[in-house]
Design a binder for this molecule. Structure first.
Ligand SMILES: [Zn+2]
Length: 347
């Protein structure tokens, strides 16, 4: 039986419009059409519309203050003068109260919406617009509905989450990600009684958010292969090989940074290494980014559909109940085929 596909029409509601990259507004590539391109390619799979889930798991994986901020900041922005002043209906931060500013002092809540905009974000490319919250929240329901299918007896389920999630940390958003769908799926699998969960992240970029959320956890492993941030790639500060977790999570994080231009051979070998890292866990979450593909505009890796099929076979052959969560993948003409190749391989 092909792996069931969980989706929600609400995930189309987030329109990034543009991102501000090194000061320049550029067109966003994380567009709603991604959903339809993937759905079209998965014609032969049972389609399940995501059902509503309460905020319980969401508010344990993410700080409640951050969740409240994301749910309300766009409406607050629209009540301000910004749209009329600058023709800008996207929430764009300009000041970030990082430790460079706070220096250990407790900051007071910023009164101005444009001051508050940077409190829970860490870059200028992840804008909040009309429908962003609704889409991100629907993606969480997709992930949780896929978990329900697996805890109900399905061997695997695929959650067509959009926007993606693996760059979202406990306290904030960034990297075109708002809520961490994979981390929420992993926590929900733990709550359902799976004592150890492994997250394997195939996206071309390191999932710094997922790594951060489980950094000190011994019960959730995080393994990732990705283009080497040391070669100048996002998320720049994390994803290096020496990062292995801390405290109870010492040794439960594994990073395999790969050189620019890496193709199927060494990429699939790295997936094999992550499959061994995940073996023995009671449940598996696959962060399925397909932006490692050769045609993708967002990364320099050169993986083919055959490579993704081989990754699916390696992870599927572990025989662990699996929730596959969509992350990146931006080349509209090929993303659907790449996702289909992975799912066919996973079986
Ligand atoms: Zn990516």
């Amino acid at each position: 039986m092909p792996i069931p596909v969980v989706w929600s029409p609400e995930t189309r509601r987030h329109e990034p419009m543009r991102e501000v990259w090194v000061g320049v507004p550029t067109d966003g590539t994380e567009v709603p059409e991604r959903v339809d391109r993937i759905l079209d390619a998965l014609d032969g799979h049972d389609r399940v519309e995501a059902g509503p889930h309460d905020d319980g798991v969401l508010r344990r994986v993410h700080a409640p203050a951050f969740v409240d901020h994301l749910a309300t900041i766009h409406a607050e922005w629209m009540q301000g003068p910004y749209d009329g002043l600058v023709g800008q209906d996207r929430v764009v931060p300009y000041v970030f109260p990082t430790s460079a500013m706070t220096q250990g002092m407790p900051p007071t809540r910023a009164a101005a919406t444009h001051g508050r905009a940077g409190q829970f974000g860490y870059d200028t490319m992840t804008l909040v617009g009309p429908g962003t919250w609704e889409a991100a929240r629907a993606a969480v329901d997709c992930a949780l509905t896929a978990v329900d299918l697996v805890t109900g007896g399905d061997a695997a389920a695929y959650a067509l989450c959009r926007p993606p999630g693996h760059h979202a940390t406990r306290d904030g958003y960034g990297g075109s990600c708002y809520l961490n769908n994979s981390a929420i799926a992993a926590q929900a699998l733990r709550d359902a009684g799976h004592s150890t969960v492994a997250v394997v992240d195939l996206d071309a970029h390191h999932g710094n958010g997922t790594q951060a959320i489980f950094w000190e956890r011994g019960d959730v492993r995080y393994g990732s292969l990705h283009v080497d941030p040391g070669a100048g790639w996002f998320p720049h500060y994390f994803g290096h090989a020496p990062e292995r977790g801390a405290g109870d999570g010492e040794g439960t994080t594994k990073n395999l940074p790969l050189p620019e231009g890496t193709g199927d051979g060494p990429w699939v070998e790295a997936v094999r290494e992550l499959a061994e890292f995940a073996a023995g866990a009671d449940a598996l979450v696959v962060s399925l980014g397909v932006d490692a593909a050769a045609d993708d505009p967002e990364s320099p890796l050169q993986v083919t559909a055959d490579g993704y099929a081989a990754a699916g076979q390696l992870l599927g052959s572990l025989g662990i109940p699996a929730v596959v969560v969509q992350e990146g993948g931006y080349h509209l003409d090929t993303i659907g085929g790449l996702v289909a190749a992975y799912l066919d391989g996973h079986g």
